[in-house]
Structure formats: structure tokens, C-alpha cells
Design a protein around this ligand. Structure first.
Ligand code: HEC
Ligand code: HEC
Ligand code: HEC
Length: 90
């Protein structure tokens, strides 16, 4: 049992290492106030495919996307921040 656990951990480590290209945190600085996206925390709470289809790759983040499908729609559905000041920090 213990051996199986070690093997599973090694597999998990090996697969996560192949995706180690994404930054832990990305921030978007703009006139409304800086938005910090904690990619690592989101990835731990949610499955990668909650946001990425297929092999995870760059997602375009701009105002319309952020206020809709890429960020806010999910916050509305799953209880993340939806108020301006919850995302934009001066
Ligand atoms: C809550 C949504 C969300 C989740 C969950 C998520 N990601 Fe991402 N990911 C993004 C967004 C948004 C970007 C684009 C960030 C940017 O550069 O502006 C991104 C970018 C990436 C990139 C491209 C990095 C680059 O700059 O080229 C990779 C690779 C990636 N994610 C992998 C993953 C993996 C692996 C997981 C699961 C552990 C994951 N993501 C979970 C939203 C998410
Ligand atoms: C698939 C669902 C989903 C997507 C897409 C998503 N989030 Fe979230 N986010 C959540 C949830 C759920 C929480 C609340 C987590 C908690 O309170 O434990 C959260 C919390 C946050 C928080 C506050 C907590 C923290 O991590 O600092 C910020 C800021 C945030 N999200 C920014 C963003 C931004 C910016 C994007 C788009 C680039 C985004 N999120 C996309 C689900 C999502
Ligand atoms: C879920 C997080 C989130 C919430 C809630 C949110 N925003 Fe944003 N907003 C973003 C992100 C991410 C961007 C993209 C920033 C970038 O591209 O630099 C953005 C972009 C913007 C921009 C464009 C800034 C520029 O310089 O181009 C404005 C203005 C803005 N938001 C205002 C608001 C207002 C007003 C509210 C409340 C009604 C709001 N936002 C709520 C995340 C959020």
C-alpha cells in the first residue's frame, strides 16, 4: 500500500513537472487598479480544464474577457469575487 502511494506520488510529480511552464501568479496593471490572478491557487482549487481546453496554453486576458467568460462568469457561478474592488486593487 505504502509502495503504491509512493509510485502514485512519483507519477503525479512527473506529470506536474511537464506543465511547470505556467507562472504561479500573473498581474494585470491598469488604470482601474492592479488585478492579481493567483494561477497556482486557482489551479489547486479547480481542475485545469475548468479554464483550459485540451493541453493548457496561454489564454488571452483583456477587459471584456475578464469581465465575462475568462474570469467573472465563473466567479458568479462559483462564489468568487465580483465587485470591482475585489479584483482591482489601487
Ligand atoms: C481559473 C482558470 C485557470 C485554471 C484553473 C488554470 N489556469 Fe492556466 N491559465 C489561466 C489563464 C487566465 C492564463 C493566462 C494568464 C496570462 O498570461 O495572462 C493561463 C495560462 C496558462 C499557461 C500558459 C502560460 C504562458 O504564459 O504561456 C499554462 C501552461 C497553464 N495556464 C497551465 C495550467 C495548468 C497545468 C493548470 C492546472 C494545474 C491550470 N493552468 C489551471 C487560467 C487558468
Ligand atoms: C472556473 C472558475 C474561475 C475562473 C475562470 C476564475 N476564477 Fe478567480 N476564483 C474562483 C473561485 C471559486 C474563487 C474563490 C476562492 C475562495 O474564496 O476560496 C476565486 C477567487 C479569486 C480571487 C480572490 C482570491 C485570490 O486568489 O486572490 C481573485 C482576485 C480572482 N479569483 C481573480 C480571478 C481572475 C483575474 C480570473 C481571470 C483571469 C479568475 N479569477 C478566473 C474561480 C474562478
Ligand atoms: C473578476 C475580476 C474583476 C472584476 C470583478 C472586475 N474587473 Fe475590471 N478587469 C479585470 C481584469 C483581469 C482586467 C484586464 C486588465 C488588463 O488587461 O490589463 C480588467 C480590466 C478593466 C478595465 C480596463 C482598464 C484598462 O486600462 O484598459 C477597466 C476600466 C475595468 N476593468 C473596470 C472595472 C469595473 C468598473 C469593475 C466593477 C464594475 C470591474 N472592472 C470588475 C478584472 C476584474
Amino acid at each position: 500500500m505504502k509502495k503504491l502511494f509512493v509510485v502514485l506520488m512519483l507519477i503525479a510529480f512527473a506529470t506536474s513537472a511537464t506543465f511547470a511552464v505556467a507562472a504561479d501568479s500573473v498581474s494585470y496593471d491598469n488604470k482601474q487598479g492592479k488585478v492579481t490572478f493567483n494561477h497556482k491557487a486557482h489551479g489547486e482549487k479547480l481542475k485545469c480544464d475548468a479554464c483550459h481546453q485540451g493541453k493548457p496554453a496561454k489564454i488571452e486576458v483583456n477587459k471584456d474577457a475578464a469581465h465575462g467568460a475568462v474570469c467573472k462568469d465563473c466567479h458568479k457561478a462559483k462564489g468568487g469575487p465580483t465587485k470591482c474592488g475585489d479584483c482591482h486593487k489601487k
